[in-house]
Design a protein around this ligand. Structure first.
Ligand SMILES: [Zn+2]
Length: 453
């Protein structure tokens, strides 16, 4: 934690001036959502000793104990004072000008987290109830912040875990910091219980039951009946204040979820910054495994899905998903084209000289779908118009497009509809609506090929 020094001098004035210049670029937006550091711990008992200090040792101890009691009262973790703990808290001069520093150190059995925490004795501190005298830093606030680091929290732009504090400023343990500690230490307000350590997800796919996903109560329910969902499950909630968190390391994360007529609005935050205000609502039947991809800078990140209204659900997250290169993909290209169906509901058919590659694949089963993902700015859906065709829904990156009526009294091979988008990572899904034009003899929707560019 750094000091914000607007009207305060110490014996290290030159260093402090540098600190002020650095601090002037720190923003004070209201964006929340805790951010995890790379340190995660597995249990809720933390032990510490103290040593040294130019502040009255009584006041120093009292500030430590008060901040520990503050954290303990959140119910997320339990700090225990233990004179044999290898964890050290000290009060000493820190030449870099930081107010305090917390370093992680290797675990030492039976202690479950390891840290060295230093408070800079070059500053004037205060320990006691409000108000804090002018020119002094509230030591209890600084300890609460550093304990947040010891627990595994990183800096966010506001609240207890913001990087900079001003003299006289008092910060409590806010709900965002409690959410972070709950996520790491599983106090019961986050489910499903991971039974221990949360990792930061690396490259790969993570189903909704993965312990890399944190669910903040209330009312999360896992459904195992949706056969068209990824791995056959989705976890959903319509609870007030419901959120889900997914921490990952990479440059790209894809969220798969369900759009349906009971889904509502949600917000997507990445590292506390709002990335999307979206809606999962579509009239009619569900659309499964709808996908949206978000890009990030390299490194550790946390994605948060925050419910506004209706239901939200989690089906799968995929980190650094590999996208097929832009190109022409025939309906037979099953490693680039994803079919969502049950059993043999999609039927591959060949021997059509006027179809691309002589093949098409079709289904008339409502809720089936077919899609592809790519990097670029355009996609063309190529299909057949015919007398037994029904109505297809189109969804791109979670946004419903105008439906396509594939009915035609005469067969028109290699019909197409193209969509132009901003350059980026995209996913298109064509869904079988189960509806049809009154003139049609069937509800079939087919795919001949996708062209991505
Ligand atoms: Zn800090």
């Amino acid at each position: 934690m750094k000091p914000n020094l607007t009207s305060y001098k110490t014996k290290s004035w030159l260093k402090m001036t540098i600190s002020v210049m650095i601090l002037s670029i720190v923003t004070t937006t209201s964006a929340l959502a805790f951010k995890l550091s790379t340190r995660v711990f597995s249990i809720s008992t933390i032990t510490f000793t103290t040593s040294g200090g130019s502040l009255s040792s009584v006041d120093f101890d009292d500030a430590i104990n008060t901040a520990a009691a503050n954290w303990n009262s959140t119910g997320t973790i339990l700090f225990v004072r233990d004179s044999s703990s290898p964890n050290l808290i000290s009060f000493e001069s820190i030449p870099s000008g930081e107010l305090a520093i917390t370093q992680g150190v290797p675990l030492s059995s039976p202690y479950r987290i390891g840290f060295i925490m230093k408070f800079n004795s070059d500053f004037v501190y205060y320990n006691g109830p409000n108000p804090v005298p002018p020119g002094a830093f509230d030591l209890r606030t600084v300890v609460r912040h550093e304990f947040g680091h010891a627990l595994g929290l990183s800096h966010v732009s506001s609240g207890l875990m913001k990087p900079v504090i001003a003299p006289q400023e008092v910060l409590g343990i806010d709900s965002d910091a409690i959410d972070g500690a709950s996520y790491l230490y599983q106090n019961g307000s986050v489910s499903p219980s991971p039974g221990g350590l949360f990792g930061i997800a690396g490259t790969g796919g993570y189903d909704d039951l993965s312990t890399s996903i944190g669910y903040k109560s209330p009312n999360w329910i896992t459904a195992s009946w949706p056969t068209r969902a990824a791995s056959g499950t989705v976890t959903y909630s319509n609870g007030t204040g419901t959120r889900a968190y997914f921490s990952f390391n990479g440059t790209r994360v894809t969220r798969r979820y369900t759009m349906a007529n009971n889904r509502g609005n949600y917000l997507i935050y990445i590292d506390g910054s709002l990335r999307e205000a979206g809606s999962g609502f579509v009239p009619g039947i569900p659309r499964w495994q709808i996908a949206k991809t978000y890009t990030t800078s390299p490194g550790d990140h946390i994605l948060e899905v925050r419910r506004i209204d209706g239901y939200i659900d989690m089906d799968q997250f995929i980190v650094n998903v590999v996208f097929p290169p832009a190109g022409s993909y025939d309906d037979t290209a099953t490693s680039q084209i994803q079919y969502i169906g049950v059993g043999g509901s999609w039927i591959a058919s060949s021997g059509f000289p006027l179809a691309y590659n002589g093949t098409v694949r079709y289904s008339n089963t409502a809720e089936d779908g077919v899609g592809t993902s790519w990097y670029g700015n355009k996609v063309t859906y190529v299909f057949t118009r015919a007398s037994n065709r029904g109505i297809a829904t189109v969804t791109i990156d979670g946004v419903s497009q105008e439906s396509i009526d594939l009915y035609s009294g005469t067969t028109i091979w290699q019909s197409s509809v193209a969509y132009t988008l901003p350059v980026g990572y995209h996913t298109i899904f064509i869904g079988i609506s189960g509806d049809k034009n009154g003139a049609s003899s069937g509800k079939y929707v087919d795919i001949d090929r996708f062209i991505t560019q």
